[in-house]
Design a protein around this ligand. Structure first.
Ligand SMILES: C[S@@+](CC[C@H](N)C(=O)[O-])C[C@H]1O[C@@H](n2cnc3c(N)ncnc32)[C@H](O)[C@@H]1O
Length: 209
């Protein structure tokens, strides 16, 4: 059923090794330690209505060294966070411990959530540049894993690079792709990022209660 061919396996391995190299080399370029304002606005509210999202259960995909998982825990969320690279998860554990934040950090693959202890349901999924780097043959499994774990009306806040932005054949994500792949979800917002190349913040809502 879930049997990748050799090329697909090679592609997954190449991605994993490249990510591991970044973490072994020191601080990866994306590891800013800053929670993006788009997540802050969702969690704490913005504008006159200060429409903060009530805390619930959150699952972060590709959490890196845990900056945003810790942020969510500090704002009352029950957080599970997953990353493919063990070194990233080790650093995230250190960060959470130093912050006194209760975050459940899991080393594993966001496209194989059934192999992890993360049954959900979750009210919020957060993905900051993880999905857009996942090889295409694993993306349906990613969407299915989130769909199975989504509480009614759950949100997915995702940041992704546009296609052709990174130096490989497959990285990138578009609104059309998410609409097609996340059946049963509604793409409720697409906001361009502020980078000098195409990036997007996507908000999706899982089927209503
Ligand atoms: C560009 S980094 C961003 C990390 C973190 N979200 C941040 O902003 O600091 C992408 C992260 O996703 C992780 N990742 C990539 N593919 C993954 C997968 N299939 N499952 C879990 N994590 C993955 C990488 O190891 C990396 O930590």
């Amino acid at each position: 059923m879930d049997k990748p061919n050799e090329t697909e396996r090679d592609q997954e391995e190449a991605v994993r090794r490249a990510l591991e190299r970044y973490y072994r080399a020191g601080k990866p370029p994306w590891d800013t330690g800053v929670t993006p304002p788009e997540l802050v606005a969702l969690i704490e509210g913005h504008g006159e209505r200060r429409d903060a999202l009530p805390p619930g259960r959150a699952l972060e995909l590709g959490c890196g060294t845990g900056t945003n998982a810790v942020y969510l825990a500090r704002h009352g969320w029950e957080v599970v966070a997953v990353d493919l690279v063990d070194r990233a998860i080790e650093q995230a554990r250190e960060k959470a411990a130093a912050a006194g934040a209760a975050v459940r950090l899991l080393h594993g693959d966001a496209t194989r959530l059934d192999e992890l202890d993360a049954p959900g349901p979750y009210d919020l999924f957060f993905d900051l540049s993880c999905y857009c780097g996942i090889p295409p043959h694993r993306r349906d499994a990613y969407a299915a894993g989130l769909t199975r774990r989504a509480a009614p009306g759950a949100r997915l806040l995702m940041f992704g690079y546009g296609p052709g932005t990174l130096d490989d054949k497959f990285s990138g994500v578009t609104a059309d792709e998410l609409r097609a792949r996340f059946a049963g979800w509604e793409l409720v917002d697409v906001t361009p990022g502020t980078n000098p190349f195409p990036t997007f913040w996507f908000t999706l809502r899982a089927g209503a209660a």
